[in-house]
Write a protein that binds this ligand. Sequence first.
Ligand code: DGY
Length: 328
Amino acid sequence: MNQRPSILIARAVFPDVVDKLQQHFEVETTPAGVVWSPAELVQRLQGKAGVLTTGGERIDAALLAACPQLKIVANLAVGYNNFDLPAMTAAGVLGTNAPDVLTETTADFGFALLMATARRVTESERFLRAGQWKEWSLDLFAGAEVHGSTLGILGMGRIGQAIARRAAHGFGMPVIYHNRSKLSPEREAACKATYVDKAELLQRADHLLLVLPYSAASHHAIGAAELAQMKPTATLINIARGGIVDDAALAAALRERRIAAAGLDVFEGEPSVHPDLLTVPNVVLTPHIASATLATRSAMAHLAADNLIGFLVEGRPVTPLNPVVLAG
Ligand code: DGY
């Protein structure tokens, strides 16, 4: 009888996903709340053909060299900036991600964060909970208009387009966007979005939403120079990745009211958060939860599991990132 492949689940997932994987593999799981250090991860990957990661585990040339039996890394995330994909391809290791199943849920959250930020929901709640609400006044926590205001989107993939549809059709917002490539006229029409260059995006947006992938090219795409081009009344929302915004520069801009407010779901070096962001009132901070509904996180975990099974058992992964490996 052939020995079943061994895999590691590097971050705790739902029990039904573990059950599904145990039907095909010898499975080593990770207890809830445990995050392996890079050295521990390498140790646990010895003899494993596959690993289910969550986007926080760095997969680079050093790890690949130390884990020669590894054949596939299945990310439970659409973003895969934790992968050194060229190194994986060179080592013949397949990478997969978890696209599509989170698009609408993540777009919902992008809009929730935009609403909470523009309308000062968490700032006013903190005020109320602290017992500071003594009287109603006309300008009490007066925020920025959302409906009818101009939404700028930086990065216009599936999630950006889903947000644009909500904004244009639900809130009557003119939508402008900047992206590596312009959408087809059909796609632009579907989300009523107009392509502009980055400078125009920064200058015209009442609300600027970031949904671009993180890479060396997008590192600090929003820094002091970009913040200086935005309207003093503008809000900035980041649901993409930490590192796209220079958090120190943003905290300074918020403190000096050079922009009105920000909503951040992702942070450079998370789960650490730049201390200056914790001391400014006009920022909404959430712990990387844009795709966090049980239904969506379950769908993402099942897709990652299906990639492991699809590749290691059937030779057909569902969402390969470097399919060139399959031909090797
Ligand atoms: C993703 O899927 O990339 C989300 O940010 C969760 O990591």
